[in-house]
Design a protein around this ligand. Structure first.
Ligand code: ARG
Length: 579
């Protein structure tokens, strides 16, 4: 990793002066973010970060002085060509030709792995991770929260895989519960086997809506209850109908997830844990954690004072299990099955207290591994509507963004002729959805806007795709062989240096996202990369330049496209080569 070699070299010199091991210094040396106000320096060391304990209350003046004193003791060498100080920092400028050579060589050599092998990750042990995401409910609405869960979970899984972790992706379907009692009865009244086969999600939802209306009637309610009891008692006929609902739904979901570029290693679901939840209840009882209430429900006391001021119901008065009971069973089962090091649940924040309770109960049961479970929650999205109306199915969103994108492409002057406009529109549209969603903190709510998401300029996924396509066609135009032997003296213009400096920072950005699981660091990195590329594209022409200059610039653009594509893929975007 290019940045590593530089950081190491700087750390070596610092370690002699400061008498600290270089390993301790590496994380304090960071690449300087590229900004409008150009900086010559490529790396900086924050003086406060190397002082031991309580340095944060140091006066700014003090820090400045210390930075200066430290800088005086350091010398330029073959790697560092200039040392300066800023507010509380010592700044290092890398020998310009070495910068270009090292960065470009590394990007082209490492390809898709650029940045992922950085020593920033050397202290992070490789782990087995379970990421549970998407998890829609069969026959109920697929709401925008499920879409968010799908793209966020996919991103987390992608990132972990890229960083060398072993990941199991689980889709935990809402495929059990009273709703299947209703659905069973509903299907007997309004169902159609053919429709179930051809469009299961749509049809089951229709049946569910119809029977819900009818369920005001006591008799229907009773029938639904009976049907669900039959399911719980393994009645063959009831189960086989339920299985059809489930199988057809999964088949259709798989097809739609494919459009999204998402896959799962396991389609699990609440139904898997209907029996295992009895074992959980038995365990709770044996551990003395299960209490019966006067209402006949079974609860676990979660309060500190053990006065039931906080509790979680794990069994209904009629003896049936609940959502949380099945989640307890699922967590324990996954530990047995995968022996994971970390397990992540991705859902909207409305389920925060559910997961808090889940983790608390597991802790009371003595499962210390619960410390390694994490609920990644996200905020709400307001105002997502298609032209047809409110969103009910995932596919509606995908169709809508695709058709809007197709219209935009048809009316834009810059649009190239593409082989498959529908597929291109789909990929670009998806990029638009993902970037709009990932721009802010996951925990923030945001107002959904088709127009904002689909703007071709500005900070959108469309812009990223456009940049990627443009860089790709530049390569095509000038022979798409990877350029190797270049004259780095040709890459000394400020706009070229800015791109190189930005490429240098990629590993730090990956590191940040891997620490807090927020995609926004990568998003803003890629947007900046695209803006820098646009400027460089304008000021550093390939066409009409001398062969040496053209080669060097082409190499810079190749590297840019490579990192752009890597980052986009992590976010779940498929880069297009023409649009
Ligand atoms: N099916 C649930 C819903 O749509 C989400 C499941 C989340 N995961 C879990 N293990 N509880 O609300």
């Amino acid at each position: 990793m290019a940045a590593c070699a530089f950081r190491r070299s700087i750390a070596r010199q610092l370690s002699e002066v400061l008498d600290l091991p270089p390993e301790n210094l590496i994380k304090s040396i960071s690449a300087v973010p590229v900004s409008r106000k150009r900086h010559d320096a490529d790396f900086q060391l924050s003086v406060a970060s190397i002082e031991e304990g309580g340095s944060s209350d140091c006066l700014a003046q003090d820090l400045q002085l210390r930075a200066q004193k430290l800088a005086e003791k350091l010398k330029c060498d073959a790697v560092v060509s200039e040392i300066s100080t800023g507010p509380g920092t010592v700044n290092f400028t890398i020998n310009r030709e070495l910068l270009a050579k090292t960065v470009l060589q590394q990007v082209l050599k490492d390809g898709t792995q650029y940045g992922t092998k950085s020593e920033l990750f050397s202290t992070v042990p490789k782990q087995k991770a379970v990421v549970e995401f998407s998890s829609p409910n069969i026959a109920k609405k697929f709401h925008i929260g499920h879409l968010r869960s799908t793209i966020i979970g996919n991103f987390i899984a992608n990132l972990k895989v890229a960083l060398g972790h072993e990941v199991t992706r689980i889709n935990y379907l809402g495929d059990w519960g009273m709703q299947f009692g209703l659905l069973g009865v509903g299907f007997q009244q309004f169902g159609d086997k053919e429709k179930l086969k051809s469009s299961p999600l749509q049809h089951l939802f229709e049946v569910y809506v119809q029977i819900n209306k009818a369920a005001a009637d006591e008799n229907t309610k009773k029938l639904a209850k009976d049907f669900f009891r039959k399911l719980e008692e393994h009645d063959e006929q009831a189960l086989s109908l339920w299985k059809e609902f489930r199988d057809f739904s999964i088949k259709e979901y798989t097809r739609i997830y494919k459009r999204l570029g998402v896959h799962f290693d396991e389609y699990s679901g609440e139904s898997f844990y209907k029996e295992k939840s009895w074992e959980v209840l038995k365990m709770l009882e044996d551990k003395g954690l299960l209490q019966k209430t006067t209402k006949g429900t079974g609860v676990v006391d979660l309060s500190e004072k053990k006065d039931l001021s906080s509790l979680s119901t794990v069994i209904r008065s009629d003896g049936t299990s609940l959502y949380i009971t099945r989640d307890l069973a699922a967590a324990i089962d996954r530990m047995n099955k995968y022996n994971w090091d970390t397990m992540i649940y991705v859902t909207d924040r409305n389920q925060s207290s559910h997961f808090q309770h889940l983790f608390q109960i597991l802790k009371l049961m003595g499962y210390d591994w619960v410390e390694r479970c994490q609920h990644v929650s996200f905020g709400l999205v307001q105002g997502m509507k298609t032209r047809k109306g409110e969103v009910i199915f995932l596919e509606d969103v995908l169709d809508e963004v695709r058709s809007r994108m197709l219209e935009n492409m048809a009316s834009a002057k810059t649009t190239k002729e593409v082989e498959d406009p529908v597929e291109t529109a789909e990929k670009v549209g998806l990029a638009a959805l993902i970037i709009q969603d990932f721009r802010g903190l996951l925990s923030s709510d945001y107002q959904f806007s088709w127009d904002r998401a689909l703007q071709s300029r500005g900070d959108t996924g469309v812009f990223l795709q456009y940049t990627h396509a443009r860089l790709h066609s530049l390569e095509q135009m000038h022979g798409n062989e990877p350029v190797t032997d270049i004259n780095v003296a040709c890459l000394q213009e400020p706009d070229a240096i800015s791109v190189l400096q930005h490429l240098l920072r990629y590993d730090e950005v990956l590191y940040r996202s891997s620490q807090d699981l927020q995609p926004k660091h990568i998003v803003s990195y890629l947007l900046t990369l695209s803006h820098l590329a646009a400027v460089a594209h304008r000021t550093l022409p390939v066409k009409g330049s001398t062969p040496a200059l053209a080669q060097a610039r082409l190499c810079l653009f190749q590297a840019t496209r490579s990192v752009l594509a890597n980052g986009m893929k992590l976010l779940g975007i498929t880069p297009v080569t023409r649009m």
